[in-house]
Design a protein around this ligand. Structure first.
Ligand SMILES: [Mn+2]
Length: 424
């Protein structure tokens, strides 16, 4: 039983408790309510996308690690394992057509058994599928030809139908549409066609659903993307209606973009609907969340926490998901690292002395304001994050528990050394 293995692991983590107690007493002396932070951390839930459970690839090659999930059932099994170890996830996001369930009842039972829900359903009009009538080579929702746009609209509506069967409430639309060369697109007409198509999808959206509109500045198109930035996403959402919200993918920005300011801006307009977490060095490189810019991740959570505590602001529901898939790490280990880094960034943001920060901002005390953020960011909160898990029966150190217990080796045995995940 996995629970026995976690209990055994927790018993072996002798150094955890004194480490936590020392951190807790230091922070309590500073006026921090540790139990409040622990309870907030226990509520943090990040969805795992089905496509992150296998090795990603690049256009140059793919190096699968073995024991990858071969179907939806095995993907749910892996997310179930991540949930059992870390507790920081309770849902899985599906990509259609890669994850079309064949036996809904069986999928529902399996989800229930692992304590999981379906998060968002994601459409795919960036590839052509076998037997597809029209090609998306020159775009989908923005395409110049009615029949291609109609096919892409119908696909999105079909995705909603699959989602309804599994109690999803979120459709995420990311468009690869764009142009590679100047002159290829009539920008204004292409935008209008995209909006018209999105409106047709929006009309099919159930009243309790949200449509998330994702943006990306480049790739796979390199001259123009139809939705390159948050402003375009927001303009589309404004035209669609209040169920449409902007999705911020951390990797979908040009280098040095101030993402935390975008987050604050969107929250100001009640327009932020979701996050795709990942790490990025150059562009959309899909590295582990927090591996490259942990300070930026902290600053983003600082804005989220600030907005959540602002009574003037309407309470906003934000869907958190990891969106990463690369070539080199064990995918489950990678996801556990990402969940840890996200939890750490959140815990540090909760430590910010917000009253003093606001006072320093008000009086233009630049040094004090910056120091307050540095003070929170430089605090070692790992034992608090671990204790939040521990108190709920999860592993004190999920990554170590995963590695030491040979979970991957077991999967290689049952699924095979050459098992390859469906999807990207
Ligand atoms: Mn994304």
């Amino acid at each position: 039983m996995i629970q026995d293995r976690i209990a055994q692991h927790n018993q072996e983590q002798q150094h955890h408790l004194p480490f936590f107690q020392a951190t807790a007493s230091m922070l309590t002396a500073k006026g921090v309510d540790i139990n409040n932070i622990i309870s907030k951390l226990q509520q943090l839930q990040i969805a795992i996308p089905s496509w992150a459970l296998g090795t990603g690839g690049t256009r140059f090659g793919r190096f699968a690690g073995g024991g990858e999930p071969r179907n939806l059932e095995e993907k749910i099994e892996d997310v179930g394992l991540i949930r059992s170890l870390s507790g920081a996830t309770n849902s899985i996001s599906l990509h259609i057509p890669w994850d079309i369930p064949t036996d809904i009842t069986a999928v529902q039972q399996q989800l229930q058994q692992h304590g999981l829900l379906i998060d968002s359903v994601n459409s795919n009009t960036f590839q052509d599928q076998a037997g597809q009538k029209h090609s998306y080579k020159f775009g989908s929702l923005c395409h110049t030809q009615d029949a291609v746009r109609q096919q892409a609209v119908e696909h999105n509506i079909e995705v909603i139908e699959h989602g309804k069967q599994l109690n999803s409430k979120v459709l995420t639309v990311w468009l690869a549409d764009g142009s590679n060369f100047p002159g290829q697109h009539h920008f204004r007409k292409a935008y209008q066609r995209t909006l018209d198509s999105l409106q047709k999808i929006y009309q099919a959206l159930p009243a309790d659903w949200t449509m998330l509109v994702e943006y990306k500045p480049y790739e796979p198109n390199f001259y123009s993307m139809i939705i390159p930035d948050w402003g375009t996403s927001k303009s589309l959402c404004d035209s669609l209606g209040s169920q449409a919200k902007v999705l911020v993918d951390l990797g979908h920005h040009l280098p040095n973009t101030n993402i935390e300011q975008i987050v604050a801006r969107l929250m100001h307009f009640n327009a932020l609907g979701g996050f795709h977490f990942n790490g990025s060095m150059y562009g959309d490189d899909d590295l582990s969340t927090g591996s490259i810019k942990p300070f930026q991740l902290f600053l983003i959570f600082n804005e989220l926490v600030d907005a959540a505590q602002d009574e003037q602001l309407t309470a906003q529901t934000i869907a958190y998901m990891i969106d990463a898939s690369h070539n080199t790490k064990d995918p489950v280990a990678d996801l556990l690292q990402s969940l840890e880094n996200i939890s750490i960034a959140y815990a540090k943001a909760l430590l910010v002395d917000r009253k003093r920060l606001h006072a320093a901002q008000q009086t233009n005390d630049v040094v004090t304001a910056e120091q307050i953020l540095q003070c929170a960011f430089l605090t070692d909160v790992r034992s608090i994050v671990a204790e939040a898990r521990h108190r709920n029966g999860y592993a004190i150190n999920p990554l170590q528990c995963f590695t030491a217990n040979g979970f991957r080796e077991e999967r290689i045995k049952t699924r095979g050394a050459n098992a390859t995940a469906t999807g990207l």
